[in-house]
Design a binder for this molecule. Structure first.
Ligand SMILES: NC(=O)c1ccc[n+]([C@@H]2O[C@H](COP(=O)([O-])OP(=O)(O)OC[C@H]3O[C@@H](n4cnc5c(N)ncnc54)[C@H](OP(=O)(O)O)[C@@H]3O)[C@@H](O)[C@H]2O)c1
Length: 283
């Protein structure tokens, strides 16, 4: 049996849909904090089990009888994220899971600007040290997050963000979900690390250019100071820890930690990936 964590989220739910095209529904377990969120899928024959990353015992129970799990990275920040992800790894070990397909980030590890890179690095190490078989999906940013980065630019074409000339190899979250489903069903004997990226690394200047060419908008990018960005986030009522997280993300982009381009996603899919240009045109 295959368990999917974060199954009520964007990536988890999309992966479930791809899995359902190829696998027996009774072999699929959707692990969610609130099972009621999965009512629309309950008629499909998949098992829906409750599990919270904060509660290792609930995750252990949810993984019972599963030999493979997809571990979706935590949705919180800092030490809480580190603890939650460790809970999932411990629960996998305790429940007898053999293989973990872990949703990581492009440049995991200590010494990186991005706070989540520290969490993902620690989780990758914990999985490997526990002797679990693994496939790590080191994901670049999802294309689908572009509207969050550019804010009002979808209306006026003007992007304000503190990333300098840093580039991102945006990948489609739907493509990634299809790649994850394929990997979960693939028989592997060893461990794999995939660098999951789009086919180009684009700075926000390039994103602005595409807003101009594909959507007839002004198409203008202004690199702003971190302080101005933080001030805007305070204005939106964001908590300090979350603001630090988003500043760490911008610093990480500026330092080119998200600019790697790899063909791994195309190889996994056996077809071309969605391009940035197509995504922006279809927004
Ligand atoms: N590469 C990128 O650009 C990018 C962007 C955003 C996020 N991410 C990372 O990738 C992950 C998946 O992305 P996504 O778009 O699918 O995010 P999402 O839509 O926010 O989904 C996150 C999932 O994690 C679940 N979750 C959160 N806290 C949990 C807990 N304490 N116990 C159990 N489940 C919990 C959520 O459940 P509920 O429905 O109960 O909240 C949801 O199913 C995110 O969690 C984040 O780590 C990456």
């Amino acid at each position: 049996m295959i368990a999917i964590t974060g199954a009520s989220g964007n990536l988890g739910k999309a992966t479930l849909f791809f899995l359902l095209k190829q696998a027996n529904p009774s072999d699929i377990v959707a692990v969610v904090r609130e099972p009621a969120k999965m009512n629309e899928l309950s008629g499909n024959g998949i098992q829906i089990r409750q599990g919270d990353y904060e509660d290792a015992a609930s995750m252990e129970k949810a993984f019972a009888g599963c030999d493979t799990i997809m571990q979706v990275s935590s949705a919180v920040y800092g030490e809480q994220a580190d603890r939650q992800e460790r809970n999932v790894v411990d629960a996998a070990v305790q429940s007898g899971v053999k293989r973990v397909v872990y949703v990581s980030t492009l440049n995991p590890g200590n010494g990186k600007h991005f706070r989540a890179a520290v969490t993902c690095g620690a989780t990758e190490s914990a999985i490997a040290e526990a002797g679990l078989q693994y496939s790590f999906f080191r994901n670049s940013m999802y294309m689908e997050t572009i509207p969050l980065f550019v804010g009002n630019a979808l209306a006026d074409g003007k992007i304000f963000y503190p990333a300098g000339d840093g580039r991102i190899s945006f990948a489609s979250r739907i493509d990634i979900a299809e790649g994850l489903a394929g990997e979960l069903l693939r028989k592997r004997s060893g461990n794999e690390i995939f660098h999951i990226t789009g086919e180009e690394a684009a700075g926000f200047g390039r994103v602005a250019e595409l807003l101009a060419s594909e959507r007839s908008l002004a198409g203008d990018y202004t690199d702003i100071p971190d302080e101005a960005f933080a001030e805007a986030l305070v204005g939106e009522g964001m908590a300090n820890e979350e603001i630090d997280f988003y500043i760490s993300m911008a610093n990480s982009i500026k330092a080119e930690e998200f600019s790697m381009v790899s063909n791994d996603l195309e190889t996994l899919l056996g077809r071309k990936r969605k391009t940035l240009k197509d995504y922006i045109r279809g927004l």
